[in-house]
Design a protein around this ligand. Structure first.
Ligand code: 13P
Length: 254
């Protein structure tokens, strides 16, 4: 049985004070809630302060990006070692906003995943198609390419640590969630792909999250689907009440 995971991607929101307030709210409301793994992914500037808030709880810290070198003259980048140093256990890799605005490719995603795994960070690897790709029936083709190239040459023994997030680009920040059936279809494809390329055991263990306009009102129906193991939440993770409700509603049906 895969334990559900709800991760909040705070994107480029929250000053340090605001981030601490949000983390404190989540901590207060979810302190004894052990049915779901919870990960908060604040901006780099707040990682340290948020860690201070949650370090004595089961809530985990994640970053939104990393560079693939451990150190060096790479102005503006943050290394995996630095993330570990701040208390991070997770890192989001290959988010569609990074692919779209910061020229991330499957190749850079692959390097980042390998580096994250090498230092013991759990990568949350994002895949997903644009509206144009969905409308031209290319969803599976695109996700398959992202998996094949992004996850190229990842050793079997480390693969099971990876979390995958299916985030259809057209559902991000638009209020337009994929239907549970649309999401399940791609999640099932991803799990089958893992089985074909790794093993059925690894496929059964890998958590596949859905992301894209997840709200307290739609998480329950998404979680009813067999292959949806949680969510990567953007906008609704920026308020204590909606993030807490999503987390609680995620396990209502279990
Ligand atoms: P929204 O929940 O705001 O649609 O964002 C989803 C997302 O991009 C999470 O990584």
């Amino acid at each position: 049985m895969r334990k559900p995971l709800i991760a909040g991607n705070w994107k480029m929101y929250k000053t340090i004070n605001e981030a601490v307030e949000l983390a404190n709210g989540a901590k207060r409301e979810l302190l004894d809630f052990s049915e779901v793994d919870i990960v908060l992914c604040p901006p780099f500037t707040s990682l340290d302060s948020v860690y201070e808030v949650i370090m004595d709880t089961d809530i985990k810290l994640g970053a939104q990006n990393l560079y693939w070198q451990e150190e060096g003259a790479f102005t503006g980048e943050v290394s995996p070692i630095m993330l570990k140093d701040c208390g991070c256990e997770y890192v989001i890799i290959g988010h569609s906003e990074r692919r779209k605005y910061f020229a991330e490719t499957d190749e850079t995603v692959n390097k980042k995943i390998k580096t994250a795994l090498a230092v013991g960070l759990i990568p949350i690897v994002c895949v997903g198609e644009t509206l144009k790709e969905r409308e031209s029936q290319k969803t599976i083709e695109v996700v398959q390419r992202q998996l094949q190239q992004g996850l190229k040459e990842i050793a079997k023994d480390t693969f099971s640590k990876i979390v995958i997030a299916y985030e259809p680009v057209w559902a991000i920040g638009t209020g337009k969630t994929a239907t549970p059936q649309q999401a399940q279809e791609v999640h099932k494809f991803i799990r089958d792909w893992i089985e074909d390329n790794y093993s059925s055991d690894i496929a059964q263990k890998t958590r596949i999250l859905y992301g894209g306009s997840v709200k307290p009102s739609n998480i329950e129906e998404l979680m009813r689907e067999e292959d949806i193991d949680g969510a990567l939440v953007g906008g609704a993770s920026l308020k204590v009440s909606s993030f807490v409700d999503i987390t609680r509603n995620a396990v209502k049906i279990r």
